[in-house]
Design a binder for this molecule. Structure first.
Ligand SMILES: [Cu+2]
Length: 430
């Protein structure tokens, strides 16, 4: 929001208690409102630049978390119209969303901060942790054919961490969404259905698709509706798909990403184990590790300051809920992608070296003997490793601060230890 903009905040409550919204530095405040009173509207002009705290002035409500800040920047030409998004927990703005329906729009450069009271973690939360072994069967040497996929978008209460829940927006109630697999020259019919219980429109943009904004332009689906696209994959490789409904980074950060593998004619070389892993960030009002129902913090999203970093949707998805396993002598292939929405991964497996990396998910060439591979948001890599020694291997982003914010996975390798490969102690100790 910029100096000279008119701020209009329509705000309502679902509960009996009274609330208001007050900007003390700007000397404006709303009328008190409750579920019974219906919504109220506060309208004023932002007369100067700065950061202006706001809160509910009812005693104790600010302390309970009903606060935030409004950021007003110096005026610039061509200022876009901004809708304030006041998201104060049980208090919701009467206008549902600041975003625009239709085609993908970039995140605005200016924003209003959201604030939320601490809500207790929800008892009915489900696991959204995508199973890394849920990889479709290899294509092999078959001829092109027609494949039909159906994916449902669902908004679900999911477990983010022990004692912490989060409202995920998902493809098929899992993060990442289901892995799709086709070959070059196939005809793929994809139906995207949005659950009747959804509050938002959703869509899908597949990076393997030529035209139609990857499908994002033609799959904007309202709750209870569905839309179908048909495409012919022409480029082999591993591709990210994601929701492309504004605000796109909000939908992605809520869990709406997955991957489609397009195999070349004749298929990929066979390996012993294939796994499906994606990295993302989650922007929450309360700090990492807080035992609450976390809510989205639009200011942190805009500032690209996530509280959580996750593999397969949640803290512990690849250490507790699921694990990757293999035996000595087996070759493990990981289809790895970054949903993001914002952070580059320096993907690394502690204790291992990648024998082969298909950088960028491209099958046009490989690199050998790679320690760490960079994967951008909306990008992918295929890594392969022949396991030479048993024990625990850890999947990380080598920007290792993120390991302390949830970003750890585990590959457990069984089998016989060859002391020539590794042993503790001096040469003689073997
Ligand atoms: Cu969406």
């Amino acid at each position: 929001m910029q100096v000279g903009d008119t701020v209009e905040i329509a705000i309502a409550s679902k509960e009996g208690a009274e609330h208001d919204i007050t900007f003390p530095d700007l000397k404006v405040e709303s009328k008190r409102f409750s579920g019974a009173s219906g919504p109220t509207t506060l309208r004023f002009v932002a007369t100067r630049a700065g950061e202006f705290p706001y809160f509910c002035s009812v005693a104790g409500h600010k302390e309970a978390g009903m606060e935030g800040k409004l950021i007003v920047t110096a005026a610039a030409a061509q200022a876009p119209a901004q809708a304030a998004r006041g998201d104060m927990g049980g208090v919701e703005p009467a206008s549902a969303h600041g975003g625009m329906d239709g085609h993908a729009m970039p995140m605005p450069a200016v924003y209003t901060a959201s604030a939320a009271p601490a809500l207790p973690a929800k008892a009915d939360a489900i696991s959204i942790a995508g199973d890394p072994s849920a990889v479709p069967s290899p294509i092999g040497a078959r001829a092109p054919q027609t494949l039909k996929y159906r994916i449902e978008t669902d908004e679900v209460t999911g477990k983010l961490d022990n004692g912490t829940t989060f409202t995920y927006w998902t493809f098929d109630k899992q993060v990442p969404g289901p892995m799709l697999r086709a070959r070059v020259g196939d005809t793929v019919e994809l139906t995207l259905a949005n659950a009747p219980t959804s509050k938002m429109n959703h869509s899908i943009d597949l990076h393997a698709v030529m035209g139609g904004m990857g499908g994002g332009g033609d799959t904007q689906v309202a709750p209870g509706q569905q839309k179908t696209i048909t495409f012919k994959p022409m480029h082999p490789g591993l591709y990210v798909y994601h929701c492309a409904t504004p605000l796109v980074p909000e939908h992605i950060a809520a869990g709406m990403y997955g991957m489609i593998l397009i195999e070349p004619e004749g298929g990929l070389p066979k390996v012993d184990k294939e796994y499906y892993v994606m990295q993302g960030e989650i922007y929450t009002t309360k700090p990492f590790g807080t035992h609450v129902h976390q809510q989205v913090d639009m200011a942190k999203l805009s500032a690209e300051q996530p509280e959580y970093y996750v593999f397969n949707g949640a803290v512990g998805s690849l250490t507790k809920t699921h694990k990757l396993v293999a035996d000595v002598g087996q070759t493990v292939r990981v289809y790895f992608g970054v949903g993001g929405p914002n952070k580059i991964s320096s993907f690394h497996i502690i204790g291992g070296v990648f024998d082969t990396v298909y950088e960028g998910g491209s099958l046009s060439g490989v690199k050998h003997d790679v320690q760490t591979t960079i994967v951008p948001p909306g990008g992918a890599a295929i890594v392969e490793m022949k396991m030479q020694y048993p024990g625990k291997y850890m999947l990380v982003d080598h920007a290792l601060t993120r390991a302390g914010k949830g970003l750890v996975g585990l590959l457990e390798v069984g089998g016989k230890a060859d002391p020539a490969v590794y042993h503790v102690g001096s040469v003689q100790a073997q």
